[in-house]
Design a protein. Structure first.
Length: 163
């Protein structure tokens, strides 16, 4: 099923105690984490770099980026590689996750806005929440998660922006 204004495909994954979801249109691949090359003196949320399809991409710890400090630390068993598209930038980035659960086909109306959870997450990158298999999944818009400063850092770390 292709995504349109009525339907949305969501990849949901485990990050410590949290279950998060993202649009599959941003997901390029899920890799087993076979090790990262650390980057000295990088931002707290940058965990290193990895080679992906001939490119070097930055890998970040989403729990650090999303300020989930009270969350159980991620094991980083998998790396989810995203294609991020903003008005000014297009780049790839990997995020560490504990596990990928599934891809679910949803109606756009299934994603509900919930004001109570916005004190944990910046509402700018929060699409909403959906209940899947008796569990609430927080749906993020990964195209809006990174600030311009963070994008510059990610691009500088891996030199992976396409113009």
């Amino acid at each position: 099923m292709t995504e349109n204004s009525e339907h949305k495909s969501i990849l949901h994954f485990q990050l410590g105690n949290e279950t998060l979801g993202v649009s599959v249109s941003n997901v390029l691949e899920v890799l087993r984490n076979n090790g990262l090359t650390p980057i000295p003196r990088s931002a707290d949320f940058v965990r290193g770099i990895v080679q992906f399809r001939g490119e070097i991409i930055t890998v970040i710890d989403f729990s650090e980026k999303l300020n989930l400090h009270e969350n159980e630390p991620t094991s980083g068993k998998v790396i989810i590689v995203f294609q991020i598209n903003t008005d000014d930038h297009e780049f790839k980035v990997g995020i560490l996750a504990d596990d990928v659960k599934a891809v679910e086909e949803l109606q756009q109306t299934d994603i509900k806005t919930v004001d109570e959870i916005t004190h944990y997450y910046n509402p700018e990158y929060l699409e909403g929440v959906v209940k899947l298999n008796e569990e609430f999944v927080i749906v993020l818009n990964v195209n809006k998660i990174f600030s311009d400063k963070e994008i510059d850092l990610i691009k500088t770390t891996a030199k992976n922006e396409k113009k």
